[in-house]
Ligand binder design. Structure first.
Ligand code: AMP
Ligand code: GLY
Length: 434
């Protein structure tokens, strides 16, 4: 089988690695904007091209007799890549534009949730007018402000975090009106986690819950990033969650998939990413993404025991209920090494060398290969993943590996450490009044 993966980051390296493990011995092809050495090494052939260039990607897929495509990042989905590939008769295990809207239009997504009575929707409203928006900000008193469109996770600002007070919230919200509508919602208090599922239009197969770390520096300080690292516990439940929290979150995602079909007449096929805040009132939806998380894909895909190619084909053909999707019951810790100065003022074009990483798994992200050497681009560079029976052991594997990767890089050594996880547990206990 000829399979094409679109995207050239750490998430896509993990996707390609999982496909490569398949018993079906597929031939793998890739489209990426820069040559990711990890992906290139596992591919039959690759095209260096912008992933949003729909025409070029489709032309490449047709020329290579591709039978199945996985799209890693959201940007190509937002310009209808899945639709264009399907129009050529190629199976796609990623969602079409209309249903991928769930990610790329936050205003649409919130209105959709409210209209369909999806549980876990925060109090919100969508504005194009400053006066009405200011009144709503005053009414809520504590808010998160979001531009409606895609901003790579960097447009959202929250009070008590990036916004010191109501005045700053109003000023920031007003500045976004020039770009389009603005979503104002209640500031949710709790712990964030990620629940991802394979979806075939009707059926969902859930993956273990994962917690990402968005802040650039140790102890959750500094600016927000794409994600500095993530972990999961052995089994599907994070240490600060209850089985009921996870069940309610699954129900929300099941209801969302049903409602999406009702609303759009189109089936959602592909990975669905639910970002939740567990609050004193149970799980609330921060957002949905129409793809795997990065880094979260790197936690769960190495644990997938079922054949990923079977899962991909089942998503595309609507037969996920016919296969048993299994993950091994192990803990993982994923840590990113990122360029010095990332995210605000990162260094670029610096060489990265990988020494002895022991038992860790390495995924290359935003780097490029030139004359056999690997260089940074300014975004997250390489990720290492430790897999073990406990989070503690997995952390040690990842940490040891990072210490043997050299370059002008930094990373968070606290991710996955017991004291940080205990802090999450204590935080949730306090919120739950325990
Ligand atoms: P997003 O781009 O929607 O993932 O948002 C980026 C970050 O902003 C999230 O990871 C949360 O930490 C935070 N955030 C978004 N919405 C809210 C909210 N309603 N309440 C509190 N924090 C939020
Ligand atoms: N790790 C957050 C995301 O992929 O959106």
């Amino acid at each position: 089988m000829n399979i094409l993966v679109v995207g050239g980051g750490g998430r896509e390296h993990a996707i390609v690695a999982a496909i490569e493990r398949s018993r079906q011995d597929p031939s793998i092809y890739a489209v990426m904007s820069k040559k990711n050495p990890g992906i290139a090494a596992l591919c039959e052939d690759f095209l260096l091209e912008k992933e949003t260039n729909v025409e070029k990607v489709v032309e490449y897929a047709v020329s290579k007799n591709i039978e199945l495509v996985v799209v890693g990042p959201e940007a190509p989905l937002s310009v209808g890549l899945a639709d264009a590939l399907e129009a050529e008769g190629i199976s796609v295990a990623s969602p079409k534009q209309k249903v991928a809207q769930l990610e790329f239009d936050k205003a649409w997504a919130r209105n959709f949730m409210r209209k369909n009575n999806i549980a876990g929707c925060p109090i919100f409203d969508v504005f194009t007018d400053k006066d009405a928006m200011d009144a709503f900000i005053d009414e809520l008193g504590n808010v998160a402000i979001k531009p409606a469109g895609l901003t790579g996770g960097k447009g959202v600002k929250v009070m008590g975090d990036q916004l010191p007070n109501l005045k700053a919230a109003k000023k920031y919200a007003a500045s976004l009106l020039d770009m389009g509508s603005v979503v104002v919602e209640e500031n949710l208090v709790g712990e964030e986690f990620t629940l991802q599922a394979f979806v075939d239009g009707k059926n969902l197969a859930f993956m273990p819950t994962v917690q990402d770390h968005k802040r650039a520096f140790e102890n959750d300080l500094g600016p927000n990033t794409g994600g500095m690292g993530s972990y999961n516990a052995a089994g599907e439940i994070l240490p600060f969650l209850t089985a009921e929290d996870v069940e309610s979150s699954k129900q929300i995602m099941n209801d969302t998939i049903k409602a999406l079909y009702k609303e759009t007449g189109q089936e959602y096929k592909g990975t669905l990413y639910g970002q939740f805040m567990i609050t004193k009132d149970g799980p609330k939806v921060i957002e949905f993404n129409a793809r795997f998380g990065d880094p979260e894909a790197m936690n769960v895909l190495p644990l997938l025991e079922s054949d990923y190619v079977d899962v991909l084909a089942a998503m595309a053909s609507g037969t996920l209920d016919k296969i048993d999707v299994k993950f091994s019951s192990k803990a993982t810790v994923c840590k990113y090494a990122v360029p010095a100065g990332y995210p605000d003022d990162p260094t670029k074009d610096r060489e990265v060398t990988v020494g002895d990483i022991g038992d860790a798994i390495l995924f290359y992200s935003s780097v490029y290969e030139k004359d056999g050497k690997v260089y940074t681009t300014g975004s997250r560079a390489v990720a290492v993943v430790g897999v073990a029976d406990s989070i503690e052991e997995a952390e040690e594997i990842a940490q040891n590996a990072l210490e043997n990767i050299s370059g002008d890089l930094h990373y968070r050594s606290d991710i996955g450490k017991s004291f940080l996880i205990q802090r999450r547990i204590d935080h949730m206990n306090k919120i739950r009044g325990q």
